[in-house]
Design a protein around this ligand. Structure first.
Ligand code: CMP
Length: 138
């Protein structure tokens, strides 16, 4: 079983979409191996998205992740990283396929409702950034 880090972002938590998104996740063979609802601070978000620190959208991205609570999850299944990216849909909801979370729930590229790790290396970093080993049970 592969693991990935998922975030339900502030725009989705604000619109009471946690349950609908969790239903999509559990209906698609993912096990939720760890989960917490929390509010992130700017330094924590800046560290999490450090890979994007030189991108033009970094300031907006980090600010928007601090506008309200988020749900952080470790999710496990076969091919969890690509399967979660498929279920989320394209980063920009305008480009997302029908039936994906971003197509159905996201507002725009900044308020795109969910995050997922994009590689095994980033998944390992992102999971350990938010969860200790003892908090994760498959
Ligand atoms: P996420 O999967 O969380 O990874 C980085 C985030 O940056 C992305 O989703 C978007 O919400 C946000 N973002 C804002 N503008 C852009 C852009 N032009 N290209 C990619 N990501 C962007």
């Amino acid at each position: 079983m592969e693991k990935t880090l998922a975030i339900i972002k502030p725009d989705a938590v604000e619109r009471n979409l946690i349950g609908k998104i969790l239903d999509r996740i559990e209906s698609n063979e993912f096990r939720i191996a760890a989960m917490k609802r929390t509010r992130l601070t700017l330094p924590v978000v800046e560290g999490f998205y450090n890979v994007h620190k030189d991108r033009h959208f970094f300031k907006d991205l980090t600010a928007s992740m601090c506008t309200g609570p988020v749900v952080l999850m470790v999710m496990a299944r076969d091919n969890a990283i690509p399967e979660w990216r498929k279920l989320m849909g394209a980063t920009n909801p305008k480009d997302a396929d029908a039936g994906t979370i971003r197509k159905d729930f996201a507002i725009d590229i900044g308020k795109n409702s969910v995050h997922g790790s994009d590689s095994a290396e980033n998944a390992a970093f992102e999971i350990s950034y938010f969860f200790s080993q003892t908090e994760i049970q498959e």
